[in-house]
Ligand binder design. Structure first.
Ligand SMILES: [Zn+2]
Length: 388
């Protein structure tokens, strides 16, 4: 069975015990990491959210006068509500070569190994520092990383590149799709359903836009652009939820629906959105206003993250391949903070222990084998940051 250090195991147990479901504060966990690093003589910078109840942590281990390699991960986890767990999600249990617990795979396992290796990074980092970037609210739309990136932008020395340790089974991922999530509000005119033509049926107009979105997705599947390296090799559009109307005998005045694009990194999400908004405003709205001049269609962004597309010959891709011993790269369907971090001028790849298939599930686990591979990765990183 794979050997995993006591330091990593102990750290995972500590991190999992904090219930950092995205709706909760993550400050207890952040304070734990801050005091751990402080005992090693490393100062942490915290970047709080507006409420002050959540924070990102940024720390540099090694020389402070130059940018190095950032190891980045989110501290929040998805809820366990309604999931059929057969054990306590907040207490790590080992069984059959696996460690079970919420966040073991996505992605406190990676953060734990980073922290367990902090003393070695400090000892070895002579030519290049290691930066820790630990964020909040990734699972609810990559919210936390944004203020962290704004904070980094104000610094004279910033990470030169980053590895985001989301579960990829330690494969090097240099590309993923982007996502744009939107909410559409249709405001029509209410009336008794027997007088339907005198009202503006918000549900019916919304339905026409939903059909347009579906046709739009169909067209993308026929006409592309395509990238065959993805399971679904084209940009997709999808409507997830619809709400509207109060009773069958009332023409509904309001309808709201949520939709998203999952787009190839080569596409411009704003151009995709513009096509939908133009259809709504040019085709649907004039018909609504011909009956009721105050009718309106509004769009609101719910969340977004950028696609990731780092060339194979880029320094960070080469480094990650050397650290994992991989000779190829992979593209994945799921999004991460890597797109946003790259957009901010810090080229990033995704590479971390665990299988994404375990993430967000009841009885989430990470295998000891994956953790051992992650530790081997960190050992090679130590050699790299030591230089010659
Ligand atoms: Zn994750």
């Amino acid at each position: 069975m794979a050997e995993v250090s006591a330091a990593s195991r102990e750290m995972i147990e500590r991190l999992i015990a904090f219930d950092t479901t995205s709706r909760n504060s993550n400050l207890e966990l952040i304070e734990f990491i801050r005091s751990y690093l402080s005992e090693l003589g490393v100062e942490s910078e915290l970047v709080h959210d507006q409420s002050g109840a959540k924070a990102n942590l940024y720390a540099t281990l090694g020389p402070k006068d130059r940018g190095g390699i950032a190891l980045s991960g989110h501290t929040d986890v998805v809820p366990v509500d309604g999931q059929d767990w057969t054990r306590d999600p907040w207490k790590v249990v080992e069984q059959d070569g696996k460690l079970f617990g919420r966040g073991t795979c996505d992605m406190k396992g990676f953060i734990a190994v980073c922290l367990a290796w902090a003393p070695r990074f400090l000892e070895q980092a002579r030519s290049m520092p290691v930066h820790f970037c630990f964020t909040y609210d990734e699972e609810v739309g990559c919210l936390g990383v944004r203020p962290l990136l704004a904070h980094l932008a104000s610094k004279t020395v910033r990470p030169r590149m980053a590895i985001i340790g989301e579960p990829t089974s330690m494969r090097v991922v240099n590309a993923h799709k982007g996502k744009l999530s939107m909410r559409a509000h249709f405001h029509g005119l209410e009336c008794h359903s027997s007088l339907a033509p005198q009202g503006v049926n918000a549900v019916e107009f919304a339905a026409r836009l939903i059909v347009m979105l579906s046709d739009f997705g169909q067209r993308k599947s026929r006409e592309g652009p395509f990238d065959r390296a993805y399971d679904v090799p084209f940009t997709t559009a999808h409507t997830g939820t619809v709400e509207g109307g109060t009773a069958l005998n009332i023409v509904p005045k309001d309808c709201t629906f949520d939709f998203e694009f999952r787009y190839l990194p080569m596409e411009d999400p704003q151009a995709l959105l513009r096509e939908v908004v133009d259809y709504a405003h040019q085709q649907l709205l004039p018909q609504m206003r011909s009956v009721f001049p105050e009718a309106a269609i509004e769009f609101e962004e719910i969340s977004a993250f950028s696609g990731l597309n780092i060339p194979d010959d880029h320094e960070i891709v080469q480094l990650a391949k050397a650290l994992t011993g991989a000779n190829s790269t992979t593209k994945v369907a799921f999004g991460t903070e890597a797109g946003l971090i790259s957009d901010a001028g810090i080229p990033s790849v995704v590479c971390g222990p665990g299988d994404i298939a375990q993430a967000h599930k009841p009885d989430e686990f990470i295998s000891l084998e994956q953790l051992a591979l992650c530790e081997a990765f960190m050992n090679r990183l130590c050699e790299r940051i030591a230089g010659d």
